[in-house]
Design a protein around this ligand. Structure first.
Ligand SMILES: NC(=O)c1ccc[n+]([C@@H]2O[C@H](COP(=O)([O-])OP(=O)(O)OC[C@H]3O[C@@H](n4cnc5c(N)ncnc54)[C@H](OP(=O)(O)O)[C@@H]3O)[C@@H](O)[C@H]2O)c1
Length: 260
């Protein structure tokens, strides 16, 4: 790119919230967006994890704050949005990425477990989006939201009934809010990772065991699990002006798994 050209992917000087950013995919995206020049509110349930990620961004010359919060609590979602906007003097978007996993046969899944999955993976996404929408509409400012879905939102995997339904709701949330808020300049899109090099907390042993991997790999057209960094391009696309006319979309980033 020539110096005098402004890339539509350029996010230098922008400010974003990333939730579930104390570890895993969220931490990788917080680091990657900061390296691309954005200020990041590193938000998640375990504040100490977020402090470490924010400190590593700052050590590399980036700008970040750590915010411990529980996305299931609407007051804490509102506080996060207010604090990020006040600290950075602007808020351009958010990656709603936090989540919980559950591997359980549907017949053995309790009502409480099913409700907890919807609360942790879907209601909390709605609450974060609602607070962001309220903030931007009141301020008459545009915004871009990326929701971390999963290809389990469109495929039926074994033992993922509760998780898959929660993620299908995330995709629909993107479509609903994308249509509702487009006239305010607020865009809402979803990304669907497949098998990634680091699995979610608590279910690592299911996907990362060599004997399990040996069965899964032949089913992935790309022939490998995805590196967490490979979610950065899609995320930056949906946050940046490169996707200024795209809203309510779901983009699979799964090495082609959902194609066959
Ligand atoms: N890894 C994969 O293979 C994969 C594939 C498809 C989709 N995804 C999706 O990608 C997202 C990130 O996954 P990951 O693998 O990075 O998971 P992870 O390593 O388990 O990290 C999830 C993060 O979210 C935080 N969190 C959970 N519930 C929260 C809440 N209510 N409020 C605030 N923070 C909360 C966790 O904090 P604590 O540690 O304090 O609980 C943790 O930092 C999830 O939405 C997941 O469904 C992942």
């Amino acid at each position: 790119m020539a110096d005098d050209q402004v890339s539509v992917f350029d996010i230098r000087g922008r400010a974003y919230i990333v939730t579930g950013a104390g570890r895993g995919i969220g931490a990788e995206l917080a680091n990657g967006l900061a390296e691309a020049g954005a200020a990041i509110a590193v938000a998640g349930r375990t504040g100490a994890d977020c402090e470490k990620v924010a400190a590593s961004i700052a050590a590399k010359g980036g700008r970040a704050i750590a915010v411990g919060f529980d996305a299931r609590d609407e007051a804490q979602c509102a506080e996060l949005v207010t604090r990020a906007a006040a600290t950075f003097g602007q808020l351009d978007g958010a990656v709603i990425n936090h989540g919980i996993g559950l591997h359980r046969d549907a017949l053995d899944t309790t009502r409480e477990e099913f409700a907890a999955m919807l609360d942790g993976n879907l209601t909390s996404y709605f609450l974060m989006c609602r607070e962001l929408g309220r903030h931007w509409i009141a301020a008459k400012q545009p915004g871009a939201i990326v929701l971390m879905s999963s290809n389990a939102s469109i495929l039926s995997y074994g033992e993922l009934a509760a998780y898959g339904v929660s993620k299908a709701g995330v995709d629909q949330l993107a479509r609903q809010l994308g249509a509702e808020w487009a006239r305010h300049g607020i865009r809402v899109n979803a990304i669907g990772p497949g098998y990634m090099a680091a699995s979610m907390k608590g279910i690592e042993s299911i996907y990362d065991a060599p004997e399990v991997k040996a069965k899964i790999l032949p089913k992935i057209p790309a022939g490998r699990y995805g590196a967490l960094r490979e979610l950065l391009g899609a995320t930056q696309f949906f946050l940046s002006d490169a996707s200024s006319y795209a809203t309510g979309q779901y983009l699979a980033v799964d090495g082609g798994y959902s194609l066959i």
